[in-house]
Design a protein around this ligand. Structure first.
Ligand code: PLP
Length: 448
């Protein structure tokens, strides 16, 4: 469920017409619905409430400070994968103790900053990384809590680029190697290795991969506790993220469907003191955000019709990077063209198949190929739905396109939470190479 709907043929985000957002902020622009974000957070919190989990929002999915703060105020901790994300979390007022920090390539600087900030858990991905964190912790004399990211060799049946829990992946440590890992490092005085972290991939559209990974890991937890020579008690299990989103209507199980299968596996363990963490990103943000673009030109080429928009792969790379489907529809339509759902097949009269593409100099620059759409003309606004996760965070300045604006809608109020970049922003970090604008003008004989 989200708060993007057609009222009188005009797409609204909550009570705000998308056309009004385009008029005031311009395009391309990311539009997020505050009510949808909170609803998605709450439905996860409700579904898993009997496990009393720490819900660590995965900042990587949409890292705007206003979104982080909104979720922190609702009770979320944060899932981090870099020093930059720790910085963002702290700027938004998040207590680092409510953060988990994963990532295969943590630098010494990032580790030092995280120790000094008091990050809740380091989710460690290799022996070498554990040894490095332990050495830096000793140098600073700061204790920390560590979870081992285990690779349970479960296939989440998702895109190969976002499959992370299989044996061949660069993430985590094989479950077969985990016992040796705990035997070697499980009794470090400063780096308390008492947690297990999983993240299988994303998006995962059934509970089954979680069930098989959790079942494997519970077996390991029991083995570790029963190791007579070196018993280790695991007191934290982080299940990661990966819960699906509705790129097509009703594509994803409800939060309660995932929880219905996961909770019974863990309830008794939680009662015995196991802390559960989940790290949702996409399931909160994907359907809570859309990308608003404007049609610059209509064009035909051979049998093809193209709608050329003012944003493309530079604003949303998922279609060309993951071959991802995003429903695309005009923000203003006749009543016959109000979409009954967001699906790949649209069975309405008068639609025209077209490629919806961007301005970037790449043939791979598209949002959708052969999409049946209502007739379009120059100046029309198009909405690319379900773009709130892994949208803006993966946007680039390729072709020297300034990054889009981001707005957070609260009923009728439009909060600009990131202003559109300017050309000055584009070159701000390169100025030192050529001098200030005044020096450049002087050097080129301009204004002299
Ligand atoms: C370690 C970890 N946790 C959580 C997530 C969030 O996944 P999702 O956005 O699918 O919930 C990711 C995504 O890549 C991840 O790598």
């Amino acid at each position: 469920m989200d708060h993007f709907s057609y009222i009188g043929g005009q797409l609204h985000c909550e009570a705000t017409p998308m056309s009004a957002i385009a008029d005031s902020v311009g395009t391309p622009c990311y539009v997020y619905s505050r009510a949808t974000i909170l609803h998605h957070y709450d439905r996860l919190a409700d579904a898993f409430s009997s496990l009393n989990p720490l819900i660590c929002y995965s900042i990587k999915s949409c890292s705007n400070l206003a979104i982080i703060k909104l979720l922190k105020d609702r009770g979320a901790g944060m899932d981090l994968v870099s020093g930059g994300e720790l910085f963002r979390a702290m700027q938004a007022g998040v207590d680092p103790a409510n953060c988990v920090y994963a990532g295969v390539g943590k630098t010494d600087v990032e580790i030092r900053q995280s120790l000094q900030a008091g990050v809740g858990w380091f989710n460690v991905e290799s022996e070498a990384e554990f040894e490095n964190i332990a050495e830096i912790a000793r140098e600073l004399n700061i204790p920390c809590k560590v979870a081992l990211r285990i690779n349970p060799d479960v296939d989440p049946k998702t895109h190969r680029y976002t499959t992370t829990g299989k044996k061949e992946s660069k993430f985590g440590v094989d479950i077969d190697r985990a016992r040796a890992f705990f035997r070697t490092y499980g009794h470090d005085d400063l780096c308390k290795l008492t947690g297990i972290h999983l993240h299988l991939g994303s998006p995962i559209y059934t509970a089954e991969p979680y069930v098989s990974a959790i079942t494997k890991v519970l077996g390991l937890i029991d083995q570790l506790a029963a190791d007579a020579a070196n018993p280790v008690t695991i007191d934290m299990l982080d299940l990661g993220g990966g819960f699906g989103a509705d790129y097509e209507t009703d594509q994803s199980p409800a939060a309660s469907d995932y929880a219905g299968e996961i909770v019974p596996l863990l309830k008794a363990r939680v009662e015995q003191g196991l802390q559960i963490v989940i790290e949702p990103g996409r399931s909160i943000m994907a359907n809570a955000g859309v990308l608003l673009v404007r049609v610059l030109y209509m064009k035909t080429s051979g049998d093809k019709t193209f709608a050329i928009c003012d944003g493309g792969m530079n604003t949303l790379i998922r279609p060309c990077h993951y071959d991802a489907f995003h429903f695309i529809w005009p923000t203003k339509v006749e009543s016959a063209h109000i979409p009954p759902s967001r699906a790949k097949q649209m069975d309405l009269e008068g639609l025209i198949p077209m490629d919806v593409v961007g301005p970037i100099c790449e043939t791979g620059d598209f949002f959708g190929i052969d999409r049946p759409l209502p007739p379009l003309q120059r100046g029309d606004l198009l909405t690319v739905f379900s773009a709130g996760a892994y949208g803006m965070v993966m946007a680039s300045r390729y072709n020297s396109m300034p990054l889009p604006a981001e707005v957070l809608i609260d009923d009728q109020t439009v909060h600009v939470i990131r202003r559109r970049e300017t050309y000055d922003d584009l070159v701000a970090h390169e100025r030192h190479g050529v001098g200030t604008p005044a020096e450049v003008e002087h050097a080129h004989g301009v204004n002299t």
